[in-house]
Design a protein around this ligand. Sequence first.
Ligand code: CU
Length: 101
Amino acid sequence: MKPKSMLAMILFFMVITSTANARTVEIDVYGMTCAFCVDSLERNFGQMRHISKVEVSLKNKKIRLETDSALPTIETIKQTVLEAGFTPINVEVISDGDGKK
Ligand SMILES: [Cu+2]
């Protein structure tokens, strides 16, 4: 194998492994009533490590998180919702990053 294609292979596997543990997590939240609730949840999750994206929907009373690994744990996610002053009703892992459930 030529060095150039070898490098391409290595890069390819790096991409694969770095996304292997990415997850999308949805949390149903009780207690969200206004834009300030959304803001505080966004801020709390925005400060967390391993979180690459935070979407808070006031309409659906849901938080959607994208994480870069198997962290944070479901327990940590629940704790963060509680610390922001809300109640996590249900935490569901939507995708593990491979498109599988
Ligand atoms: Cu509010």
